[in-house]
Design a protein around this ligand. Structure first.
Ligand code: FE2
Length: 286
């Protein structure tokens, strides 16, 4: 009989205000100074504004190669179009899972001229062997994301992977090999508690976007709205919220491979980046 080893908060990050696309203002929680990446996660952006000038420009046609993008919309609407002919409308609660792999050219444009636009985009790395594989795109309507209420009252949307707590188990909308991402959207009522099982060895991130959560480890640490916590490794995770919270829990198996990034191209070597630029310029993405 060994004691469970609880995951603790390793460190906390506030993110950095920046802009991307055609002047979309956002908070970069991962990707850049402060927290360059957390294997297998390359970037995490939060966009949230009620001022249309902050988002109207959107993200006109641009390429990606070598990884996957996951977009979660919480408020507002965004239209996706890509060179493969996919079109999709992301609505509140909807999720887009795009495997750029060998190359995709797409646009992501707000489908509104006023009101709040609020959501997240996560970049998930692909292993070397899949970086030049076929591109694919899926979008999920809000009702296609499995959801449940945990034994102690937490609302859980299982976007990717598999949620397990005690006897309760639920497969998510997306399963991916290699990095085995687990992605949950959590809604804690006041006084609720959650002890999800997460594979040992996975890197785990917790982003609180409303309220306050406590990670109960060797030493309790509170995470405030807007903060991103990296967690230590362990067998168990114990989360509580005294006054309620909304959060994203993101876990993935590290790839441990070299990374060379040039903007929207993430490969393993400089030569592969040069090849990506040459392929894009000569129209071989699509
Ligand atoms: Fe994109």
């Amino acid at each position: 009989m060994s004691y469970p080893h609880y995951r603790d908060v390793l460190d906390l990050h506030q993110g950095r205000a920046t802009s991307d696309g055609d002047g979309v203002r956002l908070t970069r929680l991962i990707g850049g100074p402060g927290l360059e990446r957390f294997d297998p996660f390359l970037m995490l952006d939060a966009f949230d504004s009620v001022d249309a000038r902050d988002y109207l420009g959107g993200f006109p046609a641009h390429p990606h190669r070598g990884f996957e993008t996951v977009t979660l919309m919480l408020e507002g609407r965004m239209r996706h179009e890509d060179h493969l002919g996919n079109r999709g409308l992301l609505v509140p609660g909807g999720v887009q899972w795009m495997t750029a792999a060998g190359g995709i050219v797409h646009s992501e444009m707000p489908e509104q001229e006023q009101g709040r636009l609020f959501g997240f985009q996560l970049w998930l790395n692909l292993p070397a062997a899949d970086k030049l594989g076929p591109a694919s795109y899926r979008d999920f309507a809000p009702e296609e994301i499995p959801q449940l209420t945990s034994a102690r009252g937490v609302g859980v949307r299982v976007i990717a992977g598999r949620f397990r707590e005690g006897e309760q188990e639920q497969a998510g909308a997306v399963q991916r090999p290699h990095t085995e991402p687990q992605l949950y959207q959590l809604d804690f009522p006041a006084g609720a508690c959650l002890m999800p099982e997460l594979p040992r060895g996975h890197n785990v991130l917790l982003h609180v976007f409303a309220g306050e959560l406590t990670v109960r480890g060797q030493r309790d640490r509170s995470i405030q709205a807007g903060q991103l916590a990296r967690l230590t490794d362990g067998d168990s995770l114990h989360l509580t919220s005294a006054n309620g919270a909304r959060a994203l829990l993101i876990a993935g198996k590290p790839l441990g491979e070299p990374i060379v990034q040039y903007g929207p191209f993430v490969m393993n070597s400089r030569e592969q980046i040069e090849q990506a630029l040459a392929d894009y310029r000569s129209g071989r993405f699509g």
